[in-house]
Every structure is written in C-alpha cells, then in structure tokens.
Design a protein around this ligand. Structure first.
Ligand SMILES: C[S@@+](CC[C@H](N)C(=O)[O-])C[C@H]1O[C@@H](n2cnc3c(N)ncnc32)[C@H](O)[C@@H]1O
Length: 207
C-alpha cells in the first residue's frame, strides 16, 4: 500500500468505534433517504454484488435478500465494526480487508458494484474506479452515492480551502469531482440521478 493510503486507512482505523455516532445527525437527516435510493437502483436480477468501502455496515439493511454479497474495506477497524453488526443482525455477507485500488477479484466477476461515500477517501480515485470497471461484468452496473465539490464558485472555494483540514481529521476529501472521474472510465454510459443535489450525487454507470 502506498504511504498516502496507509495514512488514510489509519485515520479510518482511529475513528471506527465512533464513526456511527459522528455521522448520526447527517445519517438521520439526509444519508438514510439516499441509501434507499442507491439500493433501489440495483438490478433485480443481480446475482453477485460487491460493496466497496463497506465501513461499519450501514448498508446492511438494504441488501437484497436474493443476491450473494461480498463487501470490502481497507480499514481493519471499520471492518471489525461491520463484523460485529453482521453477527448481531445475522446478515449474510462475505467481508474482506482489501484496497479498492488493487482488488484481488478476477475481471468480470460481479453483476453490480456499489459504494456509498467512499471515493471521497480513496487516495487515487481514478485507479479505484478503473478497478470497479474491471471487476464488473459486461452489461453489469456500477452504482455510487458520493458527496462532491459544489458547482457554486464561492462554496467550491471554501470547500477547497478547508479540504486539507477535513482530510487531516477524518480522511475524506470534500472537493472531489467523482462524476467526471466516472465519466472518464470506459463505461457504456454514465447517468446522474435527477434527484441528486449540488453536492450529493447518485451515479449509475453501465459496462
Ligand atoms: C466515509 S466511510 C463510508 C462507509 C460506508 N460506505 C457508509 O456509507 O457508511 C468511507 C469508507 O471507505 C473506506 N475506504 C476508503 N478508501 C478505501 C480504499 N482505498 N479501499 C477500500 N476501502 C476504502 C474507508 O475505510 C471507510 O470505511
């Protein structure tokens, strides 16, 4: 793992026990609604789904019952929280420590690859997104829920200014242009859900 990746991974290791408390207000006010919309996009006939950056397992309650789910995260401590939740809630999911920038999976392995609020933290986001493309089956889908840099100049200026502070504290960049990054991969098409806001984007891409 590159030094940059190690430091981000360590930040998530450090905040893992408090992660859900830290996000509780935003989760209740905004994220929960968006998670439902994210998982509603998953193809009904998806047989094998890969969740990237599973974190503490906040998406467990949305997993479709009829699909096999594999989920990865590069922070062992975040994954430890997910394991506790999986066992407590009896969720059927295979959890593995892995970096999205170099996935161990073979090409064309998954019907759906999904992630929520992950590509803000991935040190080399394009490398990670290319890995999503690689492991997705032809005709399969990649579905992402991401916060991005505002399109409003003043807000974008503020976000760029405070970004180093946020990265230092929690490991997440608040100034990523993830839609553009997905569009630069080789997907057949990329769509941004019309309910997306200026800073929260629900993105679907088809391989
Ligand atoms: C903001 S949290 C979101 C967690 C979860 N997806 C959610 O919606 O609550 C970002 C997660 O992505 C993981 N992550 C960041 N970079 C990663 C990478 N390169 N490979 C795998 N996981 C990564 C972090 O460890 C963390 O658990």
């Amino acid at each position: 793992m590159k030094p940059d990746s190690v430091s981000i991974q360590k930040r998530y290791d450090r905040i893992a026990p408090y992660f859900e408390i830290m996000e509780a207000v935003m989760e209740g006010l905004f994220f929960k609604r968006w998670r439902k919309r994210l998982w509603d996009k998953v193809d009904q006939d998806s047989r094998h789904i890969l969740e990237i950056g599973v974190g503490t397992g906040k998406n467990f309650e949305y997993y479709p019952a009829n699909a096999r789910i594999t989920a990865i995260d590069f922070s062992p401590q975040m994954l430890k929280q997910a394991v506790i939740k999986r066992d407590r809630k009896q969720v059927v999911v295979e959890l593995e420590v892995m970096d999205v920038q170099s996935l161990y999976f073979a090409d064309n392995s998954f019907d759906t690859v999904i992630a929520s609020f992950v590509f803000c933290s991935v040190p080399m986001p394009l490398k990670g997104l290319k890995e999503l493309y690689r492991v997705c089956k032809p005709g399969g889908q990649v579905v992402l829920l991401e916060h991005v840099l505002s399109s409003k100049p003043v807000m974008a200026w503020i976000m760029n200014l405070v970004n180093p502070l946020v990265v230092g504290l929690v490991g997440a960049n608040i100034n990523r242009n993830t839609v553009k990054n997905v569009q630069s991969c080789a997907f057949e098409w990329v769509r941004v859900d019309e309910r997306s806001s200026d800073m929260i984007k629900l993105i679907e891409a088809r391989k």
